[in-house]
Write a protein that binds this ligand. Structure first.
Ligand SMILES: Nc1nc(=O)c2c([nH]1)NC[C@@H]1CN(c3ccc(C(=O)N[C@@H](CCC(=O)O)C(=O)O)cc3)C=[N+]21
Length: 284
């Protein structure tokens, strides 16, 4: 392996120390702790683990966690009523509804119901529109975390050719907007892209967020590229792997993120950053 590893755990830790200090400083001025409501619907085991992790990180940083657990069988109206209550609650700064939701519930309606200034996931059309117009407010956590990882390498992004693989609403599309904002010449690839290998081979920065293990072959990676793997695939033996063939990609890349320990820890950290930001802008 010749690539240098981008240590997401370490970058996340550094950012968290800064957040913790800012939250403590607010407390010393008599301000209340920022508060994050995490809404979990049903018992999906992966969602339970993720939400527990978010709640635990809140406590570590001095953010008040407001855990809300709703029955798997609730209907849209009940979920929307919960959102309305949290929207109106002045003691709550941020609202996160864990996705995916059970089938009978409509995520789009729910996301659009959250007050944009409490939308710490950055999924509301207002916040995405602001990002599209180069006036970011609350930014989607995973793409924002990827930008922080790229920044941590110390390499500049200005004018770089960036390729995003995957065009989901929560990662690929906002990732394209973030890279554009950062000054990259940005291409977003998806299931209809004709020659994915050729697109990836042109990239100086590659961000992969599809959810298919080994989708991006090591031999596609341009020598000296920076590779960010957002994929999190659970293997039969319980271990995790990304969407990029790690070992051969690391032979060619200059920088690469591991899975786990790359993007994942940043997603949670940027959620905490957004919660503090939401609290700061309410007080103002
Ligand atoms: N409304 C909403 N917002 C989200 O941000 C959201 C969501 N729904 N639904 C699910 C996905 C997934 N997600 C992860 C966050 C952290 C890790 C993470 O910390 N992963 C660790 C290891 C995890 C492990 O070992 O299982 C790592 O990559 O090193 C992973 C996945 C947030 N999501």
């Amino acid at each position: 392996m010749s690539a240098r590893l981008i240590d997401g755990k370490a970058v996340a830790q550094t950012i968290q120390v800064g957040l913790q200090a800012r939250i403590a400083e607010r407390a010393s001025r008599g301000l209340k702790a920022p508060a994050l409501a995490t809404v979990l619907v049903g018992e999906d085991p992966a969602s339970q683990i993720y939400v527990r992790n978010k709640r635990r990180t809140c406590e570590t940083l001095g953010i008040r966690s407001v855990p809300i657990h709703l029955d798997a069988g609730i209907d849209n109206a009940e979920l929307l009523a919960t959102i309305d209550r949290l929207n109106a609650d002045d003691s709550v700064d941020g609202i996160l509804v864990q996705l995916p939701l059970p089938r009978q519930l409509d995520a789009t309606t729910v996301i659009e119901r959250i007050r944009p200034d409490k939308d710490v996931d950055g999924f509301h059309p207002y916040n995405l529109g602001r990002l599209a117009q180069r006036l970011p407010t609350l930014r989607p956590c995973t793409p924002y975390g990827v930008i922080e990882l790229l920044r941590s390498t110390g390499e500049s992004f200005h004018g770089k050719r960036a390729v995003v693989v995957g065009a989901s609403n929560i990662v690929g599309r906002p990732m394209g907007l973030e890279l554009l904002l950062a000054g990259c010449t940005t291409t977003v690839c998806h299931r209809f892209t004709r020659d994915l290998a050729a697109e990836v081979a042109r990239a100086e920065i590659v961000v992969v967020a599809v959810g298919k293990p080994g989708l991006v072959r090591g031999e596609w990676i341009a020598p000296g590229a920076t590779v960010i793997d957002v994929g999190m695939n659970r293997n039969a033996d319980g271990s995790l792997s990304g969407d990029v063939e790690f070992a051969p990609a690391a032979e060619r890349a200059a920088w690469i993120t591991p899975v786990p320990g790359g993007v994942g820890p940043m997603t949670v950290t940027m959620l905490m950053s957004n919660t503090l930001k939401a609290a700061e802008s309410r007080a103002a």
